[in-house]
Design a protein around this ligand. Structure first.
Ligand SMILES: Nc1nc2c(c(=O)[nH]1)N[C@H]1C(S)=C(S)[C@@H](COP(=O)(O)O)O[C@H]1N2
Ligand SMILES: [Mo]
Length: 323
């Protein structure tokens, strides 16, 4: 993974979300009323009305993000940037090309099967995911291991709500996530260099942490294909690759899953991959990052600014060894 120079995106390249929405017959994102802002786990952000992102302003379906900034006061990344500069290797390794390749994307299944070491395995369809657990907005920083970052308002729910419903057994120590696998829709899955499908994992306590989020939408809209439709993880204190997109399978397991990136580059990408400015990537420093939309680099913070909430998960662990 290498961050290539970022090209400014013209408005004509922005995904036509209104077209996307009518084609997909998505349910209108509901339940974004009263409680949504108060439910934000990151808290602290101003309740002031947000300006809708430019590209979404013309869509009748769009509800605008409730928060204009993250809890640290940093502005949301422009919608057009967040949806036109993407890592989604099943499509392509070229970030600027993902959006156009994903514009007709329809995952091979619109349901997520949740099983493994659980008492109540269950297949959730999209309607279940939108209705059973409520929909809240969370404004999270996303810090890619390549050294760039964004601030994204997700819609969705805490993963622990879904896990509670399937009842992991005491033998369950980790959670494994698998991305949709459809070579017909993902042109780069023909590239045999990579260990498809895209798999990620979390330790059970990480998976149960309230910050760990399953997103079905962003910026008040259903997730576009390039962002991981229909459902993706958002684990904000870890490098972006831990946040697997287009998830179709979630399994509670007893052993640490071998992730796509651990298999691809075992010396470069570890299981934990917590954002850590003190532990450089073997080929570059992690001390600073380029916030998309800003000119100068900024310092990277430990656990991506979520240290107070998550550092306790790693008490007694050597974060250099458990990278
Ligand atoms: N299935 C899948 N999930 C994925 C990736 C991918 O290539 N395939 N890339 C990851 C990486 S490296 C990052 S930084 C984030 C990017 O999310 P975004 O494009 O929505 O910003 O998605 C992550 N999830
Ligand atoms: Mo990334």
């Amino acid at each position: 993974m290498i961050d290539k120079p970022y090209a400014k995106i013209s408005s004509s390249q922005i995904t036509p979300l209104d077209v996307y929405l009518s084609r997909r017959k998505f349910l209108k994102v509901a339940a974004m009323g009263a409680g949504a802002a108060a439910l934000s786990a990151c808290g602290g952000s101003s309740p002031a009305e947000a300006t809708p992102p430019a590209a979404a302003a013309s869509t009748a379906q769009a509800s605008s993000p409730k928060s204009p900034t993250d809890e640290l006061g940093d502005k949301l990344t422009a919608f057009g940037d967040a949806t036109n500069y993407n890592n989604f290797y099943e499509f392509t390794e070229t970030k600027e090309a993902v959006a156009s390749l994903a514009k007709n994307f329809s995952p091979n299944t619109w349901s997520v099967s949740v099983g493994g070491l659980v008492n109540k395995p269950r297949v959730f369809d999209l309607d279940d995911l939108r209705k059973l657990f409520g929909q809240e907005e969370r404004v999270y920083r996303l810090r890619c291991v390549e050294g760039w970052s964004m601030v994204i308002p997700w819609l969705g729910f805490a993963l622990n709500k879904l896990l509670a419903m399937v009842e992991p057994t005491s033998a369950g120590k980790f959670v494994r996530f698998e991305t949709s696998s459809d070579p017909k829709q993902f042109p780069n899955m023909g590239n045999r260099f990579y260990p498809w499908p895209y798999v990620e994992g979390l330790r059970m306590d990480e998976a149960m942490h309230d910050l760990t989020f399953l997103a079905t939408g962003m910026y008040g809209l259903p997730l576009p294909g390039q962002s991981g439709a229909p459902v993706r993880l958002a684990v904000p204190w870890k490098y972006g690759f831990k946040s697997a997109k287009s998830i179709v399978k979630i399994d509670v397991v007893d052993a640490m899953p071998q992730s796509f990136w651990m298999k691809t580059g075992p010396s470069e990408y570890g299981f934990y991959s917590n954002v850590n400015p003190e532990v450089p990537h073997p080929r570059w420093s992690q001390a600073t990052e380029r916030r998309i939309g800003e000119l100068s680099r900024r310092r990277t913070t430990k656990f991506n600014g979520y240290e107070a909430q998550v550092a306790g998960l790693y008490t007694g662990q050597d974060l250099r060894k458990d990278f």
